[in-house]
Design a protein around this ligand. Structure first.
Ligand code: ATP
Ligand code: MG
Length: 332
């Protein structure tokens, strides 16, 4: 049987460069080799957007269009909308018995995200338990491989623990997945923050216009210790160079810029101009394909409906096995 991939994104905004290097590039590269399911995780996104559910609906089609724009082939991958697969909720409830609150409390990504979100009316149980719901997403599709950014590694570890417990307690039917991070496991934000993130507004989006990209690049965080172009600069922890490494195919140019930056013989403006040119060249074909699909929303809708239908069929089959393994398949 051909091995499966499951991964996904929250429809909290358009996809950005971090998604590309962290996960999308691997999805595109592996789509011929793996039976690929990609989840638009609107149920997960609700856990911290439940007061504005309309925002998610608006982004479902945007995210699907981004997938097609980066080269995911609708004849190969299934794009699945999470809320349209209610079996996922059922599996989450069963999995909740297999996880302790102490384990959730130790999850470093969850801890960090709770801090960032600064929930004013207390921590919603839905958000607190999203790693369990994510374990359902992965296992219901019997995925072996999960291409994700580094922030998601604790979620995959949590999933593996749940699968081991389930298989030991009930019956060995679930697959222990493995994570695969991208060429850059965690792309920093344009503000120099640890992670480019839709919710943090420190992104360059895949669909941004050249003007938007230029503005973002020119106002990027660089080396705060460098006041004049003649000051020796730091490469380490400088997101402008992280982006050059990730997106500028001209390695000679990047090496030269680094050398001159450290020596204090190049200004930030030149480094950023060259980054802008490289990013723009990278984004142009994505923009062209994006515009093509954006002009055919009916076609995108069909792709999502079809992907969701196929995804749901797999989920229903797994749930039949799960109920049987858990002795819930009563003759009623
Ligand atoms: P939100 O702020 O709403 O959580 P996000 O920008 O973190 O949005 P997600 O939809 O949560 O995006 O993440 C989707 C996938 O993209 C995950 O696998 C995640 O690890 C990966 N990813 C997101 N941001 C980055 C990044 N900056 N670097 C590498 N991978 C990333
Ligand atoms: Mg996220």
């Amino acid at each position: 049987m051909i091995k499966r991939i499951l991964t996904g994104d929250r429809p909290t905004g358009p996809l950005h460069l971090g998604h590309y290097v962290g996960s999308l590039a691997n999805r595109v590269r592996l789509q011929d080799e793996y039976d690929t399911f990609i989840l638009i995780a609107d149920v997960q996104a609700l856990t911290d957007n439940f007061e504005h559910p309309e925002l998610l609906g608006e982004n479902v089609m945007e995210v699907a269009t981004d997938y097609l724009a980066v080269g995911l082939d609708p004849n190969k991958v299934k794009i699945v909308v999470q809320s349209m697969v209610p079996e996922l909720c059922e599996l989450t409830i069963y999995f909740m018995n297999l996880v302790t609150t102490a384990t959730l409390e130790r999850n470093p990504t969850l801890k960090e995200e709770i801090k960032q979100r600064n929930f004013t009316n207390g921590l919603p149980v839905g958000f607190y338990t999203y790693p369990i719901s994510q374990a359902s997403d992965i296992t219901i599709f019997k995925a072996e491989l999960v291409p994700v950014g580094e922030d998601q590694l604790p979620m995959i570890e949590q999933t593996r623990e749940i699968v081991r417990r389930f298989n030991r307690l009930y019956k060995k039917i679930l697959i222990e997945p493995r994570a695969m991070t991208g060429q850059v496991a965690r792309l920093p934000g344009t503000d120099g923050g640890a992670k480019m993130s839709k919710s943090l507004r420190n992104c360059i989006n895949l669909g941004d216009t050249p003007d938007q990209v230029r503005k973002r690049v020119m106002s990027m965080y660089t080396d705060p210790t460098r006041i004049h172009p003649t000051d020796p600069g730091h490469i380490e922890g400088n997101p402008v160079f992280t982006y050059h490494d990730a997106f500028n195919p001209n390695k000679g140019e990047v090496a030269d810029l680094k050398e001159r930056y450290v020596a204090g013989t190049v200004g930030d403006v030149e480094v950023k101009e060259k980054l802008f040119a490289a990013l723009n060249a990278f984004l142009e074909p994505i923009r062209v394909r994006r515009a093509e699909f954006a002009s055919k929303p009916e076609r995108v809708r069909e792709i999502v409906v079809e992907g969701t239908r196929k995804g749901r069929a797999v989920a229903q089959e797994t749930m039949r096995e799960v109920r049987e393994a858990m002795k819930l398949a009563y003759p009623l």
